[in-house]
Design a protein around this ligand. Sequence first.
Ligand code: FES
Length: 483
Amino acid sequence: MAANIAAPRSLGDYSLVGPYSRVAVEEGLADARWYLSPVPKEQMRALLERRDGPAIRDTLIWFGLLIGFAAAGIALWGTLWAVFPFLLYAVIYGSSSDSRWHEAGHGAAFKTDWMNNALYEIASFMVMRESVVWRWSHARHHSDTIIVGRDAEIALQRPLSLGKLIGKFFAWPGAYFYFKGLLRHVAGRMSPEERTFIPESEFGKVYTRARIYLLIYLAVIVTAIATRSIIPLLLIGLPNFYGSWLMVTYGLTQHAGLLENVLDHRLNTRTVYMNPINRYLYWNMGYHIEHHMFPMVPYHNLPKLHALVKGDMPPPYNGLRAAYREIIPTLRQVLRDPNYYLVRPLPASARPSDAPHQAEVISSDAAPDAQGWVEALDLARLVPGDSVRFDHRGKTYAIYRSAVGQLFASDGLCTHGKTHLADGLLQGACIECPKHNGRFELRDGSVRRPPPRIPLKTYPVREKAGKVFLNVSTAEVSDEPVA
Ligand code: FES
């Protein structure tokens, strides 16, 4: 077992406003720095690059399958043969919408933002997740993965109930909480838990989406009544109850039975090799440790990322069957003993959980000149499109050189969490944070894409005689050590 594993607690209180929420903060588990496997900077930059092509192809196939199965079911209506296309339609609708929701929500599926947003909204509705609520809950899930009292998306809560576990395969009790939340939002109210992870400025969007969802459901019901046919309900709504079993089958492999309250995804997450059909339906989310460590790497690049980091991770499971050979006995044990956790040892080749992030850091303690300028690095070390972390006298900065050669500088840490922006993706004059893909405009530090809400502090930077100089005269140095 790795050295920094916090003691597990499983007292059945997963509330985000309960005692363990406070305990998580006190123990430094909230918004903490997580272990990251080393990946060479150039290779990470290449992996982060977005493309539209793979997701357009996969999405067209996906819509094609939905339309094809629906058309076949309608054409065969009145015969027993109609059952098969409708069952297949339900699996595509109720299960594979989960991974589309997920990847588009991270903004990493497509290069083009509106495509991510459009797919995200469609898939959110299909998978019965209110799009705005889940965008924020998922950001929290990535900040505080399986941290009790912080993570709103812990699928298997202890003590485990066999009835609830089986019910999950039929969208139960998820559908109950979904419709309860939907009606609350239609009425313009938020729960105390939701208020812990959704900023108030987003409440209006939550209510609007909820009312749109409700109108869609009402329109489907009215159409079914008017046409005296169940087909509209077989196309929208009902498929979740008999088509989401595959999503649960995939989803349980992610974290089920593993440790809570640790800051190393290798200890609370699984990577499972899958066959090409499952990889397509699940959009490569079987590479789940890799996804959690580097959530901005698009799904189509996860196999390449896996090849780079697999020596630093527990061995992957060779298929779903292999994963369930471990998960089923583990869950049996958890049913008997809620304090049972499966601890997967790290291989001898792996770095320990408390090993520092191996990033390129340029540091200097040189005194700034009278105007606040300090020499940071040789310009040649900063190729166009690149960024670098620069630590100066206890404070961390990020210095960027755009593809067209413009220099920018900012505080080194994202204003949303303790993530180094120099590890992010520079797009024009925008830096995208590698944690939740928040974006900042580097000309003025303004937020271009949530979840950050606080602007980024920027600094004057200039090049002179092949050297990059940063002006730190307006920097505020905190007492917190740079890590
Ligand atoms: S840490 Fe969340 S967007 Fe940067």
